[in-house]
Design a protein around this ligand. Structure first.
Ligand code: F6R
Length: 615
């Protein structure tokens, strides 16, 4: 949560480079945005008008999304940092937007995380500092200012290089005092460098030629450099135009980081001709699944063996990834005749007492940065369990901390509403289970059929059917979704897509649970989406549909065949266990078109952010 970007180097348009960086990180938080820069050369006119800012850090910050904002009002600069915010402490306002400054406008901070002891630090700093915002982040910059000032006064006769060392000590000592999980970047006028430190949220350093970068996600660096270093927790880095060195928050030595090469290309992170990332990512799915089906079977088989040999495998994930875990329990039961357990990330820590060194924890995550998943994995590790991950982002924290990992290979997912990462997880789980089954080819063929079925769903004729349905239900306040067996996680995921993208209240239920309370919600005309695949759940699910119909429900059947009982029918071919993939795509499209019909932005739904790095 929160996007961070920093630039220092040879160019004169640092504020607009940072703004571009923030645009590509905006899905991490879009409550407000802001940029701090250090003026390089400013016109005589600008200098006359802005006397009070000469030799000081300039800031532009605003509540709301970036939209078509520009930074033309900031003068030329070769040093700037910027932030897109997902608010935690302090409401959404211009003042609470980052960056925050020290009292002298000589230091600026951008922050991702929660400083749990901010109130205590603020009290300790007392009335010597002027606090302008209600944020925890502002406290950190005044703490750094205090420590920096103290170190400067106790060291006389300083040369310009010494400022870097002193700034380093000041940031290091201050960061040690912050409790909670945090990532910060601090810019300093005196030493002309920025220092970043982290013990939670992700940060990647980008090394260019005569210029260097910092960003929350490495793909924001792709237009500028492919040389990246992913910071580890408890690391501190100093970045100037010519220097990058790294050290430990609780250590003394400094070294040059070893950079690795990113394989991403600019077109991998663009939305191309699509109106939204969400739509582009829905359309990416046939290629993603085709690639997964064609992948090297030996690495899948090895990974599957881990599951087979473990004393117990526990899947863990959050939100959409949690529904993929639930789907995994059905997939492994049906295909591999194996029991896998699962829990949502935030609950997992309370049920870990049974884990042993023979247990395997399989974490599912698109970003690899979800704090509840990372904490679950850490809790499991303290009990000696082995950690495996199905993760989309190469180099993410989860990727690095896992003993065994399998990349999802879904490509960059930017829409806040997850689509292709979910179906990629399903496809990977089906492939893994198939390699423990008696008939691998049969399962693989089902997956292949799911690819062509998704392609059919994405044809204009089908899309029109979905858009027409959207016209009928867009004004409704509640939508209920039912499914049994493998379709149960699909029902939950469909309801989540509708909620997130369109803000219509939608609930997914196990179809059999209807009679145990849910049916009380059904009134004449209530939209009820029912998944009725050609499997062992068909007859029982149909009974549930009858019960809904008898109470006046408007029945939307998603099935391999049309039935008289349906008020609206959306076809999905039978692809065996892999039917869950095209069925989910229909749910995603419903969420997308409901959002568009309501004039909303499906890529950035209110109150949400892509990567949930705070508790
Ligand atoms: C829903 C959605 C979220 C994420 C969840 C976990 O569309 O995107 O529910 O699935 O926050 O995120 P990852 O997979 O990055 O761990």
């Amino acid at each position: 949560m929160c996007g961070i970007f920093g630039y220092i180097g040879k160019r004169n348009d640092a504020p607009s480079i940072v703004l571009t960086g923030l645009r590509s990180l905006e899905y991490r938080g879009y409550d407000s945005w802001g940029i701090a820069s250090l003026s390089k050369k400013s016109s005589a006119n600008w200098r006359i008008k802005n006397q009070k800012y000469l030799g000081k850090i300039l800031v532009k910050k605003k509540a709301g999304k970036i939209g078509d904002a520009n930074v033309n009002d900031l003068p030329a600069s070769s040093f700037a940092i910027g932030h897109t915010r997902w608010a935690t402490h302090g409401g959404v306002s211009d003042i609470n937007a980052h960056p925050h400054l020290d009292c002298q406008r000589q230091l600026a901070i951008i922050h991702n995380g929660i400083i749990e002891n901010y109130d205590e630090i603020r009290k300790e700093l007392g009335s010597n500092h002027k606090f302008i915002s209600d944020t925890d982040s502002e406290v950190a910059i005044h703490l750094i200012e205090e420590n920096y000032q103290r170190l400067l006064t106790s060291n006389s006769g300083l040369k310009s290089q010494d400022y870097k060392d002193i700034f380093w000590e000041a940031v290091k000592n201050s960061f040690r005092k912050l409790s909670g999980l945090n990532a910060i970047i601090v810019m300093d006028i005196k030493s002309k460098c920025m220092i970043a430190a982290k013990n939670g949220s992700p940060l990647a350093i980008g090394k260019g030629s005569g210029e260097n970068f910092l960003a929350s996600d490495a793909h924001a660096l792709v237009p500028y450099t492919k040389e990246v270093y992913f910071m580890e927790d408890d690391e501190l880095v100093l970045i100037s135009t010519d220097d990058i060195y790294i050290g430990k928050v609780y250590g003394y030595s400094k070294k040059t980081p070893v950079f690795s090469k990113l394989s991403l290309k600019t077109q991998d992170v663009d939305k191309g001709n699509y109106s939204h990332y969400m739509l582009k990512e829905i359309y990416d799915q046939p290629d993603v699944i085709r690639k997964i089906v064609g992948e090297n079977n030996s690495s899948t088989a090895q990974f599957a063996k881990l599951i087979d040999n473990s004393y117990g495998t526990y899947m863990v994930g959050c939100g959409t990834a949690a529904y993929a875990c639930l789907a995994g329990t059905y997939i492994f039961s049906k295909v591999a005749k194996k029991h896998l357990n699962w829990a949502v990330g935030s609950e997992f820590g309370y049920i870990t007492d049974f884990l042993t060194s023979k247990s395997l924890v399989l974490a599912l995550s698109q970003s690899g940065e979800t704090i509840d998943v990372l904490e679950a994995v850490k809790a499991a590790r303290t009990r000696g369990a082995k950690i495996a991950a199905l993760v989309n982002v190469d180099g993410s924290t989860l990727f690095r901390m896992s003993d065994y990992k399998l990349l999802l290979d879904a490509g960059v997912e930017k829409a806040v509403v997850s689509t292709k990462a979910f179906t990629a997880k399903l496809a990977k789980l089906i492939m893994l289970a198939s390699s423990l089954s008696d008939d691998v080819d049969k399962v693989v063929n089902m997956l292949k059929k799911s690819v062509t079925t998704v392609e059919q769903i994405l044809t204009e004729k089908n899309l029109r059917l979905i858009r027409n349905l959207v016209d009928l239900i867009v004004k409704k306040q509640h939508i209920y979704v039912i499914g049994r067996g493998l379709s149960y996680p699909v029902a939950l995921e469909t309801a989540l897509k509708i909620k997130e993208a369109s803000y219509i209240h939608a609930e997914g239920f196990a179809a059999g649970e209807l009679k145990h309370g849910v049916i009380a919600l059904i009134e004449a005309g209530t939209p009820c989406i029912a998944f009725l695949p050609n499997d062992e759940t068909y007859a029982a699910s149909l009974a549930g549909v009858m019960e809904l119909k008898a109470r006046g429900g408007f029945i939307i059947g998603i099935s391999f065949k049309n039935l008289d009982i349906f008020d609206y029918y959306l076809p999905v071919s039978d692809c065996g266990v892999a039917t869950i993939i095209p069925a989910t795509v229909i749910g995603q499209l419903l969420g997308y078109f409901l959002s568009v019909a309501k004039g909303l932005d499906p890529d950035m739904p209110r109150n949400l952010a892509k990567s949930v790095t705070v508790k």
